[in-house]
Design a protein around this ligand. Sequence first.
Ligand SMILES: [Zn+2]
Ligand SMILES: [Zn+2]
Length: 268
Amino acid sequence: MILNDWHLHSQFSSDSDERMENLAEAAMRLGMTRICVTDHYDMNYPTGEFQLDTVAYLRKLGELREMYRGRCEIFSGVEMGLFPDKEAAGEAGRYMESQPYDFIIGSVHCINGVDPYYRDRIEADDPELYRMYFACTLECLRACRGFQALGHLDYVVRYGYDKGRNYCWEDYRDLIDPILEELVSRGIALELNTAGLRQGLGFPNPQSGILARYRELGGEMVTVGSDAHRAKDLGYGFYAAWEILREAGFRYVTEFREKTPYFLPLDT
Ligand SMILES: [Zn+2]
Ligand SMILES: [Zn+2]
């Protein structure tokens, strides 16, 4: 089967200048019949970047949907930055629950108010950094409501000084298991994000072992996204993603329409 791309950025994201039309064109060239655009909205991002003009964004998505009707179905999504403190979680939750998106990815981009992208601002060795990230993710999950999938769990390893070479998810199982259990019990999907493959980590986020563990704990909903910020990266590593999902014991991939999941068999 051809997997559709359920994590994409366009010029509505602070860190992308790609035109949405180019995403749709790239998807059609790869034979995808549907895509979901998920631009960033990080309400409390420390530098003030990653804000989203929701009205203009939804208007543009509506235009695109019309433009590609009958050729490629355009779904509306957003990647929401999650923060653990009560006020931020409440504000984000009200937004997520009130806006008419098809799909919302909840992603943790900051640890105690610092984006690990600025690695030198966090005094910690790599294992400590990863541990802080997973602990923060668990806190965010417990504090936040309104999203359908957890984005790129373990992507923090891309900021490790050793670029994830010594990373083994099982060293963090005491934090990762409760994260996965929380997802399963609340019916939140786990995202398989292939950006790690593109960026030379050698594995997607999360690592395949975490996907297998999620399955073992009863998790069934996995969404797949490239996290492309440029049209040329759309769909990157999707054959590998398909293989990883099958090997981890999944028979279906999940997409969302109006925040409701539907399932597509992997073997067709
Ligand atoms: Zn992200
Ligand atoms: Zn993203």
